[in-house]
Design a protein around this ligand. Sequence first.
Ligand code: AMP
Length: 659
Amino acid sequence: MTYAEEIEKLRKELTEHNYRYYVLDDPTVDDFTYDAMMRRLIQLEQEHPELGSEASPTQHVGGEAVKGFAQVEHEVPLESLNDVFSDDEMLAFGRRVEEDGAEGVYTVEPKIDGLSMALIYENGVFTKGATRGDGRVGEDVTANLKTIRSIPLRIENAPPKLIVRGEVFMPLKVFERLNAAREINGEKLFANPRNAAAGTMRQLDPKVTAARGLDIIIFNVQYAEGMSFETHSGSLEWLRERRFKVIDHSVCTGIEQCVRRIAEIGEQRDRYEFGIDGAVVKLDRIADRERLGSTAKAPRWAAAYKYPPEIKTSRVTDIVVQVGRTGVLTPKAVVEPVRLAGTTVTNATLHNQDFISEKDIRIGDTVRIRKAGEIIPEVLDVVVSERPKDGTKPFFLPDFCPVCGAPVSRDEDGAAVRCTSAECPAQLLRNIVHFASKDAMDIDGLGLSLAKALTDSGLISSAADLYYLAADDVAALDRMGAKSAENLINAIGRSKKAGMARLVYALGIRQVGQSAAGTLAETFGSVAALSEAGEERLQEIEDIGPVTAKYITEWFDSPQSRHLLRRLEEAGVSMEHERRAGGDSRFEGMTFVLTGTLSAMTRSQAEALIKDRGGKVASSVSKKTGIVVAGENAGSKLDKAQSLGIRIINEEEFAEMLE
Ligand code: AMP
């Protein structure tokens, strides 16, 4: 087989696998085989760029980062929809269009709560995709759309030009996973799947988008050159044959049948992989649509039914406390099972103590429940008329963490109550991920999945345990092995010298970020001195306000913290700050830029070495740059440095300067 033939074969097979997996949900190959084929194709395409790759499945991996999103004028506007809020309004819509002479055959579709997109195909190849924007002008997000694997990059038997419209969404499962990971990494949570999808579509780096697992469902043919369809449902079938992932649609005769179908979709909401915010009723016959046309805002031939947020009542049988990964104690009402928006609900959040007190919610009460953002059940209020004469019991959050028994503390700036222990099992995973992160102890390779394996297996129950790990135990973990275990142990060993500033940041004391940790290290010089400083002394320091001072003292006063520090110290973790003052300041006033890969150290290690010697590190080359350190495969920064005539050194010369 020639290379060209092998490439062709791989493209065909991978396209087929994508279709089976992402559109039909019926894969015929395991992930390992798929990945191996993909890697091989990427390699072949890199070696033979002359064979092109415009519609190759490798495009889904995510190309070069973009600088921004160009504007795109939509050839066919992406219209909005008129909303209706009741069955009566929907029936009136039907009467209106039928009086206008429409046939009375409709399609009913779930209304996906996502982002509307136009996808353009030229001669069967996906060439451009744009957001809806204001309906007339949107933004070119082709690079991000290409990462969505259910989008066919090439279609068979296509007209010369085809424009389709669909809704990009983040599947609910993906959304939950993403937010859980963000919580552990201390990142801001997305409010709902729609926001998450929107944020992801605005990523400048398509590789980030590719990793987020967005999906798209197509719900309209906007334009098909030289073709016409008799019905909307017919056009959807035509799209399905071309292997698009197409909206689930029922053809209904008469508006009454539509209303019944809408109720059914509402009942079955939880069966969809995406959030829905309504159901859309559309005239099926295209000729009717064309005759009725549109108002300035929306077509006259369609109406979107918005489901009211479902509210049910149930009795609170107990109130329990959950400790989240950030240590926040959340009271939850245990309720008698009740069906709500498609799922059986057995508990509902009560948010916090203030909420409970304000609404006077007691065990034994009947409460109203709804799903916030369509997902998380929450208690709204008490149905006071149903309160039993006696037998209700008020509830108060405990003073001690129900998971580890440590005292709790109330946030100064809000209603949240948190466990104060540095070793609370509920917070362990998050603490470990933070402790090991790049800006903290910088333990290479210890990310979320490994931290999870270590905590789940019980090998560690605090950050200090990392320093007592045996290589054999680590090697026995799933997906590890002797070599990776050794690498991990070495990386952990190296982190002992991270220094006080990084350590203090790694401890995860509330409101103590990198910069405050640096100031504390500079000011006190040792963890011992810091731990004895006391609130008053801390407040004298610039950048440390009274709230942070309180959090710091509370943290050091807790027995769990002292235990953690003692064990870290015994393991040989450095508790001192190496002051530069009077020491090494040979790079004072110099700005470095790092580019390419260094063989002896990571980028952040190199940065630390420069900063330790008084130098600055910038992320891009400018006239102010003093020296560019160029490692392997240095890129555009090197070119720029050359054109500006800036001094460039290689890794060897850099090592000499550090000596
Ligand atoms: P609105 O923004 O509330 O006017 O609703 C119109 C939006 O609903 C459109 O921009 C589409 O993105 C979205 N939508 C979701 N699912 C569908 C569907 N099945 N048919 C038409 N529009 C849909």
